[in-house]
Design a protein around this ligand. Structure first.
Ligand SMILES: Cc1cc2nc3c(=O)[nH]c(=O)nc-3n(C[C@H](O)[C@H](O)[C@H](O)COP(=O)(O)OP(=O)(O)OC[C@H]3O[C@@H](n4cnc5c(N)ncnc54)[C@H](O)[C@@H]3O)c2cc1C
Length: 461
């Protein structure tokens, strides 16, 4: 079936009739603002309409209609994705969850029931008011939706100690491709009944169902953190320090920026970062009481032993947060040099040095600028390939580098994506990572749940 071809002949009046006035938007100027996500895929299509429902019932109504008319749907949270998963497709409905913004916090079960359109930061703030903490913290936490986080299994800075989004999703309501809304899991910390279907939908990138509600696990508020900042003259010294730290303890954060990122951030923030350094680490401990300082001292010693040119510890929360904010700002800062092809490759920790040095070799070979930042404690790097899309030769070299970095990660036993998802931009490399049997299994699951292929066609598979 080719849903796009049918979409041309679709009469949207019947959909208008099923939904509140003005919920189906066809204004081209409005649609244009929803064409792309932050991957800025130049091949983005033109959607048939934008729908911004408020309730699960309305989502189910839209999906039932789409199922009946075989019209594809691209689910969308806040559009901050970096792999083209929310890119508009010709003739598709864009279903944005941005107006689904309810939250209820239960302090007894330490859970929150949230609609998908709330931003991650809004969830964090709402639960913090009750003395609780929702850990997953993508650098984009102020601008990305919690539903998008679940759909991509988002990671972040504290995930090295606290795990990624899937570790906090206890349950969900999800609208399937035929418009049926099912509830999976719930506010139970242990639940071994049936298949782990909740986990199947986390990270499914809108290809299996539309998440309309999440039940999230919460933790008590995070203890104060001790922060270590260290700079290194060589990338090898920095990766040695990372391995020395992770070999001894589980930091609550272990982040890396290379010299390009350091300078790009310093250009914008003027906070006195060492422009000569080849790499900078920000490491934190939130161990209880005096143990945070103790762990920070262990990390400080590891950095010094690995040859840090400068290393210090601070227990001042504002100073510590300033370095974390600098790291979070690295992508927008490097982006000011030019459009980015943004990678998300990860490797087993002992191969991190090989990956970072290999990426530098690819940059030299392809004559492109690649900046590397990383959730280093997870072995998850974000090589940022700067290129000018208006320069065909440079653009071609950048795309060759983009593929080369993923080939390298696979060769090192790693992954093409640690947290951003496959989307549309990385799907050509998925078979190389997982192999034909896993691709066939994935296809069988997709076909079983979405036999007409209407949910986010062209993403992942
Ligand atoms: C500066 C910057 C820094 C970033 N840092 C990080 C980081 O540290 N860690 C990280 O993991 N990511 C990071 N990201 C990427 C991005 O923010 C995450 O992937 C985020 O989870 C996407 O959320 P979103 O609401 O923007 O989703 P969108 O971009 O709108 O959608 C992402 C995918 O999820 C699907 N989807 C969205 N909502 C639903 C739903 N309710 N049901 C079903 N499918 C849905 C879409 O179809 C799409 O495939 C960063 C992005 C930027 C711009």
């Amino acid at each position: 079936m080719d849903p796009d071809n049918r979409a041309d002949r679709i009469d949207l009046d019947s959909l208008h009739a099923l939904l509140p006035d003005n919920m189906v938007v066809t204004d081209p100027d409005v649609l244009a603002g929803y064409r792309q996500d932050r991957a800025f895929d130049p091949d983005a299509g033109t959607a048939l309409a934008l729908i911004r429902p408020l309730t699960t019932d309305q989502v189910a109504t839209v999906v039932r209609w789409a199922h009946e008319h075989r019209v594809p749907i691209v689910p969308r949270g806040a559009g901050t994705g970096l792999s083209g998963g929310a890119t508009a497709q010709d003739g598709a409905l864009l279903l944005s969850t941005e107006k689904m913004r309810e939250i209820t916090v239960d302090t007894v079960t330490r859970t929150a029931v949230v609609q998908p359109g709330l931003l991650n930061a809004e969830v964090k703030r709402a639960v913090a008011e009750q003395g609780l903490w929702y850990p997953p913290d993508p650098s984009s936490f102020e601008i990305c939706s919690i539903g998008g986080n679940a759909a991509t299994n988002a990671g972040g800075l504290c995930c090295v100690k606290y795990g990624v989004t899937t570790d906090y999703v206890l349950g969900m309501q999800v609208v399937l491709a035929d418009g049926t809304a099912v509830r999976l899991g719930g506010p139970r910390l242990k639940d071994a009944a049936g298949l782990s279907l909740t986990k199947l939908f986390v990270g499914s990138e809108g290809t299996l169902g539309i998440i309309t509600e999440l039940t999230l696990r919460l933790l008590p508020a995070q203890p104060p953190q001790s922060t270590v900042v260290a700079t290194f003259a060589t990338l090898t010294a920095a990766t040695d320090a990372i391995l020395a730290i992770t070999g001894q303890l589980r930091p609550s954060m272990l982040e890396f920026m290379d010299s390009v990122a350091i300078n790009a951030v310093e250009d914008e923030l003027r906070m006195g970062l060492d422009r000569e350094a080849a790499g900078l680490l920000v490491a934190r401990s939130d161990a209880p009481g005096q143990f945070a300082g103790h762990e920070a001292d262990i990390m400080l010693a590891a950095c010094e032993k690995a040859g840090a040119t400068e290393a210090f510890r601070t227990d001042d929360p504002d100073e510590g947060e300033a370095f974390c904010a600098a790291r979070r700002f690295a992508i927008p800062a490097v982006e000011r040099k030019g459009p980015l092809l943004l990678e998300d490759v990860g490797v087993p920790l002992p191969r991190l040095g090989d990956l970072i040095n290999g990426i530098a070799a690819i940059a030299r070979q392809r004559e492109v600028l690649i900046s590397v930042i990383a959730h280093a404690g997870d072995g998850n790097t974000h090589p940022l390939i700067v290129h000018d899309p208006n320069d065909p030769a440079e653009s071609e070299r950048a795309h060759l580098a983009f593929g080369g970095v993923m080939d390298l990660a696979i060769a090192l036993g790693g992954t093409i994506t640690g947290e951003h998802g496959v989307g549309r931009l990385k799907k050509a490399w998925l078979p190389d990572q997982v192999g034909p049997d896993v691709m066939a299994l994935t296809r069988r699951i997709k076909d079983a749940l979405d036999p007409h292929g209407i949910l986010n066609p062209g993403a992942v598979l």
